[in-house]
Design a protein around this ligand. Structure first.
Ligand SMILES: Nc1nc2c(c(=O)[nH]1)N[C@H]1C(S)=C(S)[C@@H](COP(=O)(O)O)O[C@H]1N2
Ligand SMILES: [Mo]
Length: 337
């Protein structure tokens, strides 16, 4: 309770509102479109009219063309007031969208967006099964119609010590799991990303493709755990994991699997791609500035865009939501890598 901040609020995430930023344009557009009763589709008209707003997504961008009208009409979604501000400036969309980890395409972060643009993320189905009473395969468009979309601004940190702040659109994973009625024997959730060796150039490497990840049932049901279908007020472009990906803001980025095709409830702790492919990454991957990576410090992180170096925070500052899940397990095993 030493700092002003902690006196002001007991919650780490409840930081002062961001100052006016270049992202004002994004915010203003959202508000404006809401006021005049139009969704993201109107943005094109405005751009044509010469109102070139900063960071305006290009409605003719081939990455977005495959989304049908129904899906576009869902964006921008209502921002959840609990997550309206992550306490720091939003990362400009073009910065976040041109610096990506998506090894199915390439390990070159600055080239992912170019390759992903050519990949057809449609049609797309997501199979939800395993230890559930009502297994179901959803077409992505039906899933988006069924689920309550909302927008949340989250801090996001890669294990490589870079970080960003972005507005995701999506729904809590818990809302989807409730639809399939998990059995009491389900203790973990396994996620599998797309497999397409023919067309995903990165899948010719020796990694055990497809990408796979896992969470405990408690983590999967946590309020913070989001299945994102959009970012910056429009559907996810390929490089961010179209058409659906996980977002787990208290864990290192590699846990947030992209382009998911299968969600499976299981009894035993699932293996994860990175724990199989490397000794440096484990199942938990909870963010902790005091637990260094074998090859670098995790004490601070670089904000992409500004290059600013800031101190890292336990659970990325989301301890209020998540710390209690680890009280017991922490006594028995290491939960920070
Ligand atoms: N399928 C898949 N998901 C993935 C990855 C990947 O290579 N393949 N990279 C992960 C890593 S290391 C990070 S930091 C984030 C990056 O998400 P972003 O590009 O949307 O910022 O995606 C994660 N999800
Ligand atoms: Mo990452």
């Amino acid at each position: 309770m030493a700092t002003n901040r902690s006196r002001r609020s007991s919650r780490d995430w409840d930081l002062p509102d961001s100052e006016v930023t270049p992202e004002e344009a994004f915010e203003n557009r959202r508000e404006f479109l809401k006021t005049i009763g139009l969704g993201a589709a109107a943005a094109g008209g405005l751009a044509i009219a010469g109102l070139q707003l900063l960071n305006e997504p290009d409605p003719f961008d081939p990455r977005l063309l495959h989304f049908d009208k129904q899906r576009k009409d869902k964006y921008p979604a209502r921002r959840n007031p609990k997550f309206k501000d992550a306490g720091r400036k939003l990362t400009p969309e073009k910065i976040a969208g041109c610096y990506n980890n998506f090894y199915e395409f390439t390990t070159d972060k600055e080239k992912v967006h170019k390759l992903a643009k050519k990949y057809p993320f449609t049609p797309w189905k997501v199979e939800v099964g395993g230890l559930v009473d009502k297994p179901r395969t959803f077409d992505i468009d039906d899933l988006i119609k069924l689920m309550p979309l909302e927008e949340r601004v989250y801090r996001f940190r890669c294990v490589e010590a870079w970080a960003m702040t972005v507005p995701w659109t999506g729904f809590p994973l818990s809302a989807l799991l409730e639809k399939v009625s998990p059995k009491s024997s389900a203790r973990y959730v396994r996620f599998v990303s797309v497999l397409d060796k023919k067309r995903l150039p990165g899948q010719s490497t020796s990694h055990p493709w497809p990408y796979f990840e896992g969470l405990t049932m408690a983590e999967a049901m946590n309020e913070l755990t989001l299945l994102a279908t959009g970012i910056y007020g429009h559907p996810l472009p390929g490089q961010h994991g179209a058409p659906i990906r996980l977002v787990l803001p208290w864990k290192y980025g590699f846990k947030s699997a992209k382009s998911i095709v299968k969600i499976e409830l299981v009894a035993e702790r699932p293996k994860t791609l990175w724990s199989v492919a490397s000794t440096e990454y484990g199942f938990w991957a909870n963010i902790n500035p005091k637990v260094d990576h074998p090859r670098w410090s995790q004490a601070s992180e670089r904000l992409i865009g500004t290059g600013e170096q800031i101190p890292s925070r336990l659970y990325n500052g989301y301890g209020e939501w998540v710390a209690k899940m680890y009280a017991e397990v922490q006594k028995k095993e290491k939960i920070f890598y």
